[in-house]
Design a protein around this ligand. Structure first.
Ligand SMILES: [Zn+2]
Length: 533
């Protein structure tokens, strides 16, 4: 007897090939057959006529390690059709945590994971103890976290002992099955690392056949240099590199997407293993403190807070921002482009822009930033409208740019329902399918699905996932191509999308008739010599 038959849908298999009408048969957690007119008894039959049946979406760029332990149902992800998430990006992993370093990491990640409990752990223990969730997870270990463990927020190169410690922690994580190393070179303490440090770590990656995922050093005026730095790591160290949330931030760089893509394409033509992903929005999200020049964060949170109260420090920050723009976001049209997403101590300001707040208090944006950071002890999170829609579309049209949300799993209820997070947490995949495929016809449905399934699965080496093929793991998403759409907005982000009908993870329905079943069939997928599975 078959476990599940999904009948009569348009099967788009994730390879980029056009769809065809067929039944998808699932047995023992795997796709048993894909054929028209399948006969035989099944425990459960889904009628998919008029709907698209695709592989479950692989969200190749996420931060759900911050929220899955708080709500393992991964509500805002599975309701988009996501069945696998890559977590630990941008240098920020919640493990390993060395003895005596728990507070340090908690303070550091407070703007990102304000509700998450932290504890001392090795990466292997972290993977073993990760809770059962509704999605499969693939884990990266963060360079910023490793550096924080080895040498705090020091702005200098590591000593030989510190470098050895970072390499050893990386080796432990890779031996446990981490996909690879993530970096966040745009912010402290990752930005204090030079090329030599990253090359040393990349050599460890190479020994394990592991991957490097980088939030590059600058996404604004120096984005070309930063992308070249990432490509050079891939080329000189022989490791796969994923350039995450590719963008041109800041008004100075707007319109440069085609040139940036040409550089990456040229590297790929040379045989360099480089991939990239994007989220389909013109607005970014980050800790507020990262909008200030990086020297502000030297020495850690307490040192930063002491600095931010001083008028001379604010003047110096003001000058740096006037010259260079906001950290690695570059120049923005005005402070109205920065909106408070989460403020633990001033929740009444969530949703308001810094321009609006500054005007109502008769001071400028820099004072608003500094006062928020002091009130929230550095834990404020913001949204930054810093990109051009034409660049977002140029990237989305490119077959080599994968779709990754950069969001974390949240829900409209419970602890993760606080604040006003980026709507990408709820809407990334339905937005691409509704807005950009159906409404704007920027790309075809099979192309878009490939960028969400087969493309990312190949980039990270997932074994038997990412395509609909007999023998593959049964991660499946069924949606209505006529209605699929995001509903989350910046004002009301906590809204599930529409049109995602059924989502199956490892052969178990997690979304059924648009509702969560409560099932937690996700697995922690580990990198081994043959791939990630
Ligand atoms: Zn990032």
């Amino acid at each position: 007897m078959d476990d599940i038959v999904i009948r009569g849908g348009q099967v788009v298999d994730g390879s980029g090939a056009p769809g065809r009408v067929a039944d998808v048969v699932i047995r023992d957690g795997r796709v048993a057959a894909i054929e028209p007119g399948h006969v035989g008894p099944a425990r459960r039959v889904f009628d998919a006529r008029g709907r698209v049946v695709s592989p479950g979406f692989v969200d190749v760029k996420t931060h759900s390690d911050w929220t899955l332990p708080l709500n393992p149902r991964a509500e805002s992800k599975v309701r988009q059709g996501v069945t696998t998430e890559v977590i630990g990006h941008c240098g920020f992993s919640v493990a390993p945590v060395l003895p005596g370093r728990v507070e340090l990491l908690r303070d550091y990640l407070a703007p990102s994971a304000p509700w998450l409990p932290f504890r001392e752990t090795t990466f292997a223990e972290y993977m073993d103890a990760f809770p059962a969730t509704s999605v499969n997870t693939v884990m990266l270990v963060g360079h910023n976290t490793l550096r924080l463990m080895a040498m705090g927020m020091a702005n200098r190169p590591p000593t030989a002992d510190e470098m050895t410690l970072m390499r050893r922690m990386l080796e432990e994580a890779l031996a446990a099955g981490a996909l690879g190393l993530s970096s966040g070179l745009f912010t402290a303490p990752g930005c204090f690392a030079g090329a030599e440090e990253m090359v040393s770590l990349a050599h460890v990656l190479r020994r394990y056949g592991a991957s490097y995922a980088t939030h590059v050093r600058d996404e604004a005026r120096r984005v070309f240099e930063a992308v070249r730095e990432a490509i050079a790591i891939a080329e000189t160290c022989g490791v796969h590199v994923e350039i995450v949330h590719l963008k041109l931030s800041g008004t100075d760089g707007w319109g440069g997407a085609a040139r940036l893509l040409a550089e990456i394409e040229a590297a790929r033509q040379r045989g360099v293993p480089v991939d990239c992903d994007q989220y389909p929005y013109t607005t970014a999200s980050n800790p507020l403190r990262n909008l200030l020049p990086t020297w502000v964060q030297e020495g850690g949170v307490d040192a930063m807070l002491a600095r931010l109260g001083r008028p001379d420090v604010r003047d110096r920050a003001r000058e740096d921002i006037a010259a260079d723009g906001l950290g690695s976001w570059g120049r923005i049209p005005s402070w109205d482009a920065v909106r408070v997403a989460v403020s633990p101590h001033r929740p009444e300001c969530e949703g308001r822009t810094l321009g609006d707040i500054a005007r109502s208090r008769s001071f400028d944006g820099v004072d608003a930033v500094c006062d928020f950071l002091i009130a929230d002890r550095g834990a404020t999170r913001v949204l930054i409208a810093s990109m051009a829609e034409e660049d977002v579309r140029e990237l989305l049209r490119s077959p080599m740019v994968l779709v990754g949300s950069d969001g974390y799993a949240v829900a409209p209820y419970g602890v993760t329902g606080q604040g006003k997070p980026h709507p990408r947490c709820y809407g990334t995949f339905p937005r691409v399918l509704g807005q950009y495929v159906r409404e704007l016809r920027l790309l075809t449905l099979p192309q878009a699905i490939h960028k969400m399934t087969g493309g990312p699965a190949a980039a990270i080496g997932l074994v038997a996932r990412g395509l609909l093929r007999a023998g593959y793991r049964a991660d499946v998403t069924v949606f209505d191509p006529e209605t699929v759409a995001e509903r989350a907005t910046f004002d009301e982000p906590h809204q599930y999308p529409v049109g995602i009908v059924t989502v199956i993870v490892n052969g178990v329905p997690v979304v059924d008739g648009g509702e969560h079943t409560g099932a937690l069939p996700g697995q922690v997928l580990r990198r081994r010599s043959g791939g990630v599975g």
